[in-house]
Design a protein around this ligand. Sequence first.
Ligand code: NAP
Length: 485
Amino acid sequence: MLAISEQFKKQANLIAGEWVGADSGETIEVNNPATGEIIGTVPNSGKAETRRAIEAAQEAFQNFRKTSALERSQMLRRLHDAIMDNQESLAQLLSLEQGKSLVEARGEVGMSAAYVLWYAEEARRTYGDVVPSPWRDRRILVTKEPVGVIAAITPWNFPSSMLARKIGPAIATGCTAVVKPATQTPYSGLAWGLLAEQAGVPPGVVNILTGSASQIGGEITRNPLVRKVTFTGSTEVGKLLLKQCANTVKKVSMELGGNAPFLVFNDADLDRAVEGAIAAKYRNSGQTCVCTNRFLVQSKIYNKFVDRLAEAASALKVGNGLEEGTQQGPLIDMNAVESVESMIEDAVKKGGKIVAGGKRHSLGGSFFEPTVIANAKLRMRFTKEEIFGPISPVYKFRSEEEAIELANNTNFGLACYFYTQDLGRAYRVMEGLKYGLVGVNEGVITTAEAPFGGFKESGVGKEGGHQGIEDYLDTKYVCIGGLGL
Ligand code: NAP
């Protein structure tokens, strides 16, 4: 079965249309988090390779910027088709290096294709304006042009779709790209190079590097040829990159961490809320930026919700993502396991009650039991910190006002969810929540058609929707005078 994914397991970097190793010849091992097995290596590239990739992207930009919107749209359609033609192989590769279940991996690859198709459509709609002029003899045009070379840095939790949201708009607008996927999941990132070749994307338009994060990130942010940096990852690294970009005043998009609240009101449809809770929490073993971090449940239904959630969490099938039927794969590594354990220990010490899971799974390695902790209190660490693992802390609230206040009491502002059947309350709560994404009676809401992006320390900029293309464009005002009118 795995032989199919081998074709996309590219153990080289793509610079100026050539698949190459690191200058030093050094490599980094990549492993399968479900088994600990080494599945291959990738080049350990650094500053010099990054500079060459940026220069190649700059050179390719000179021609690529002149391609028509229709040509780029057609290129993206071919890229979409290449992804979908290889959905199963790409999903297997993704599951192999990341650990997520095949069902989720297929979904992620499908999502990548959906983003590419969306940007194929948006490529033809980057309209400018003709503005009524205050002068008789002058005319005002507002045009949109590609920013130039963009650099993208992505995390390990969605190694395919996070790149779709960046490579898609880059190609759509005529920008060229230098891409650095996460070291733990490089193959799904490198696969974009092969797919781009299959789709007829010219050499140098998409360059992909693996290796030292600080050296690649340092060169990307320092080099004046790079006009935009788009990053998805932790708030900590995002802040560092923002500082580094300041010296050359680049455009930036930052998709950072979250601390999603999931509110359940007394009047909620409980079946629906539990189903949404499982999807919003345990997807990707709790390792998504939009995963629920805090369940806030109204007092009357608190006990019932806790029982139902514990029952549903305990029923999840934990296993190797590549085995059909698996619902929750391993955590990415043992550091993640230790981090989850220390949060549980902290909660228990402070009065939390484990009602499901709570420990390493009997499968060993980095498998962890889906966990539910009742009696969650504000003083527990997960009130403020992103869990990034399969723990559901359940807090109790009494009034709507208290719920909104608790939900907003965080530096993050990415996703939130709430369940109610009262229309007035739905509007009040929706308007009261300081979050970039709000799910009302829905636990999974990401789609290419809608703008994805957080408030506060969860980031700046949007990906997807008609907003997603804007950051890849410069707006130019042109005044045409002396018309003799
Ligand atoms: P991370 O540690 O910030 O790493 C993300 C990427 O940044 C990786 O490619 C990493 O490279 C690179 N990186 C690390 N240090 C760097 C540096 N000094 N300079 C340049 N690049 C550097 O995040 P992660 O642990 O992979 O991902 C989890 C985080 O991402 C969570 O906080 C999650 O909420 C967030 N996330 C946000 C979104 C969103 O859309 N808002 C989506 C998904 C994930 P290496 O792999 O080589 O270290």
